[in-house]
Design a protein around this ligand. Structure first.
Ligand code: NAP
Length: 497
């Protein structure tokens, strides 16, 4: 197994059949399946010197996944050795390196190769990828596996530049910063913060936690995998398949709790409220931690140590939003001030705005960033965008989930894209572009469903863009998405030879 730090010594080819951007679950999974299909002419472009996407970047204390290990892994690479029911960041990262090594993907990866712009060359009919440092390569097909959670969202707080202490975002944890016995402000109480706050709270002098909106939290049923389970999974692989199936359907069932009209939703919300009540005896603190929106509107979080951390003497929960930084003072909307030595931003990612400006230009100079700013990010089935031939997104618009494993969605997309490539080859298709009317019809249906669902029930979340449009979530069950991705309908695409 590799140590993860790669030399990236191989030169960047000038032309490839397929260029994949990113080496997270989606980029790696795509690469493995391309290789297994006998398509060797591809390259993975990775900005860092290691692979793993968000599971490489997020190394904050306590970082782990809230989907069980045996489901949060590729269906084709089930390992019996997961040590815990819910995987920790290091173990997921090791798993991804293992997959890259086992399936011979490392020789295809070019590390320290950040794609800064992608343009379609009208003259040649190929995509051109511009890398940092000025290198360029062309590709017949591009697959964007950058992931929706890779661009940290740091609020533009007035006076932030005047702050003299340490400050960093949770996804780029500064391990060199010594937080012991320091006064630390944490901004945000989302999925990341509820994991690192209990880890750092006992060792800092004071933790000022700025909460804008409290999350709904359920218990985290985590534990070590037993030796018997590991033995069974090793010697009787069918038991692991059955276990994965069980997890799959249990999580699909959880999706019912996202339907506000179902009794399961009411039951789940009551369970979460009871959990809060059992954990927090102080009624004033409990009131502060009680969400005023429907469960599921924002991602439901799981934790066993967050509420106990709220009861620590050195933890100060402030429920007024931060408005300003004045020197080393964090100022909240209610006028309260806290002097701190460090600020940690647990403020999430620009997920609803998945594209950075000046990054992607299609034929005729089509600026996708601008189009998505005007219309909201949208794609056909989360993978194809009208006007961008031979370009595929992985975890593109409206293919995220609130209730089950994203790896299932990624695999459904991978096999769909492979069908597109096969069709193109078999029919001599040079350019493959989804028809705008098909994309619109798909999105009209999708928005009608997502717009009346729990995510639109009145809370603020990264599921919604600046116009309140849900551009991130798939509104159905995973099995429905898998069924819709299973068979390609070629007439949906305009094929030119
Ligand atoms: P997040 O869930 O989007 O949470 C961001 C937090 O920052 C929210 O509490 C938000 O408050 C707050 N915030 C944002 N801007 C703010 C501002 N200007 N002032 C004050 N507060 C502000 O981000 P995250 O915790 O990094 O998680 C992002 C996603 O990553 C998750 O939803 C999940 O999909 C994934 N993730 C998964 C895991 C896991 O598997 N366990 C772990 C970590 C992350 P509001 O709620 O008021 O907006």
């Amino acid at each position: 197994m590799s140590d993860g730090t790669q030399t990236g010594a191989d030169p960047i080819p000038t032309h490839v059949d397929v260029a994949i951007i990113g080496t997270g679950f989606s980029g790696l999974g795509m690469a493995i399946k391309l290789k297994q299909a006998g398509r060797d002419n591809f390259v993975l472009l990775e900005k860092d010197e290691d692979l793993g996407g968000c599971w490489r970047d997020n190394t904050y204390p306590g970082c782990c996944c809230d989907i069980p290990s045996h489901l949060y892994s590729f269906s084709f690479e089930q390992v019996p050795s997961w040590t815990r029911k819910y995987p920790r960041q290091e173990e997921i990262h090791t798993y991804l390196r293992h997959c890259a090594d086992k399936y011979g993907i490392q020789p295809h990866v070019r590390y320290r190769s950040e794609v800064v712009k992608v343009t379609f060359c009208d003259a040649s009919g190929f995509w051109q990828l511009h890398l940092n440092g000025g290198t360029r390569l062309t590709a017949r097909v591009v697959m964007a596996g950058m992931g929706p959670l890779h661009r940290p969202a740091i609020p533009a707080l007035p006076g932030l530049e005047s702050f003299k202490g340490t400050r960093f975002h949770s996804s780029h944890w500064n391990h060199a910063a010594d937080l012991n016995d320091k006064r630390v402000a944490v901004i945000g109480t989302g999925a990341s913060a509820i994991q690192f706050v209990p880890q750092i709270a006992p060792r800092v002098k004071a933790l000022h936690l700025f909460q804008r909106t409290p999350p709904w939290i359920m218990p985290r049923p985590d534990r070590e995998m037993t030796n018997i389970e590991k033995w069974c999974f090793t010697h009787l692989p069918v038991t692991q398949q059955l276990y994965r199936r069980l997890l799959y359907w249990r999580h699909e069932f959880r999706g019912r709790a996202l339907n506000e009209k179902s009794w399961i939703h009411k039951h789940a919300q009551r369970m979460a409220a009871n959990y809060l009540k059992a954990q927090i005896a102080d009624p004033v603190l409990r009131e502060k931690l009680t969400p005023q929106y429907s469960l599921g509107c924002k991602r439901v979080l799981i934790s066993n140590d967050y509420y106990p951390a709220m009861c620590l003497d050195n933890l100060d929960l402030i429920t007024s939003p931060v408005t300003e930084i004045r020197g080393n003072t964090v100022v909240a909307e209610d006028g309260s001030e806290r002097d701190v030595d460090a600020i940690v931003f647990g403020t999430g990612f620009a997920a609803a705005d998945p594209l950075q400006p000046d990054f992607l230009y299609g034929p005729g100079g089509l600026d996708l960033y601008r189009r998505w700013q005007e219309e909201g990010a949208q794609a056909y089935k989360g993978v194809s965008v009208a006007g961008l031939p031979n370009f595929f997104f992985l975890i593109g618009p409206n293919s995220g989930l609130g209730h089950n494993s994203m790896i299932l969605m990624i695999e459904a997309q991978i096999q769909y894209i492979l069908q597109c490539l096969d069709y193109m080859d078999q029919h001599g298709v040079r350019h493959w572009d989804v028809r705008r009317r098909e994309q619109d019809a798909y999105n009209d249906e999708l928005q009608a469903r997502v717009g009346t669902a729990v995510w639109s029930s009145g809370c603020r979340s990264w599921y919604l863009n600046k116009d309140g449009r849900n551009t991130t979530i798939w509104p159905g069950f995973v099995h429905e998405y898998e069924a819709r991705m299973r068979k390609l309908a070629p007439q949906v695409y305009e094929a030119t030879s």
